[in-house]
Design a protein around this ligand. Sequence first.
Ligand code: 5CA
Ligand code: ZN
Length: 413
Amino acid sequence: MRAWPSPDVPGLTETGPPVALHDTPTGGLVTTEPDGPARLYVCGITPYDATHMGHAATYVAFDLLNRAWRNAGHEVSYVQNVTDVDDPLLERAERVHVDWRELAERETELFRQDMAALRVLAPDNYIGAVESIPLVVTLIERLQAAGSVYKVEDDLYFSVTADPAFGAESGLTRDRMLEIYPERGGDPDRPGKKDPLDCVVWRGPRDGEPSWDSPFGPGRPGWHIECTAIAQEYLGATFDVQAGGSDLVFPHHEMCAGHAHVADPTARFAKVYAHAGMVAYDGEKMSKSLGNLVFVSALRNSDVDPMAIRLALLRHHYRSDWEWLDADLWDAVDTLASWRRALSLGSGAPAAPVVTEVLAAMAADLDAPRAVAAVQAWVDATLGATGHLADNSDPDAALTMHSLLDAALGLAL
Ligand code: 5CA
Ligand code: ZN
């Protein structure tokens, strides 16, 4: 699939430190050590509604990882999927009487525009579920050869017990998994399953649903196998990071790891599983199913500067759960105005220490609030906003800060 136009990233003269990232399975910081290009898989949207602030926060978070790696001197190979056929998409299409393909294409296009406006670097491979059906079929055949697939009526299920490491990605107890599973697309109570946690890898044909031919009969891919197959194809059996929001820890990323380990027991799949916190609105997780949404496109249509949206997101650490407040957006608009004022002076407070501090903050588990604070301190010193005389001792400060803001934080001012 076509991605969106990727913004240019200015080069910096200083190289950032190695990038450390919080890893969900171990619960600690892991210093990433890319072997060749840094390889990143970020789970993409299910395109049945417009991009909300929760999605935007998650994609901006891992865009910061992409940028931190580049600033540390790595090339980055970035893959993202689009779940362009799945239950929620088909249900919405039926409810609004729109062809599911049309709905998926329309919302994917809106997402592209939102990502481009927010200056999120585009993936090198942007891959839809529909176009990866041959990859899914091959992977299911490998799971079958490993004896981990069985039939329930026309559907094929994956046996989670086939992966001895099942449960290690999320670290959840079985009771907790059983509790969460039905809330996130699972069907623990379906009769005929060997284990309530087993997941669908191939869903047989249903009336009114699209299906594709396969050696297992007509049907469509399960959700988890989609990301496993795409990641393996475009990044290899072992890669650096699989990322998404924390609602993907279980079952999605657990099942991906399970499929990958069984298909190739020597494969590690992701070395690090990274998860962004959930953004709430009106007191609850912002979600398409609840409908408590603030859309990126709606703000863009009312002429809000996308850089202010991005700054409002950057003011929260990506791992925290937080609530979107409209007032924070207007605050970000005002902040950007003062940053632009400081940058317009040309000279300013010494920028070199800010470069070091911002690169260090971003390499330390993408600490954007710390980076924003360092920039704010530079702006205050440059504008004399702290009751002290303005410091304009660095003649190239604005030039350096422009590049830094863009390269590290994705803020082109
Ligand atoms: N297509 C699958 C992933 S393969 C999917 O989860 N799609 S999605 O459209 O529902 O979500 C896209 C991304 O946004 C996921 O990483 C999800 O974890 C994240 N996300 C969804 N809601 C929120 C929220 N309220 N706050 C933060 N991130 C969110
Ligand atoms: Zn995914």
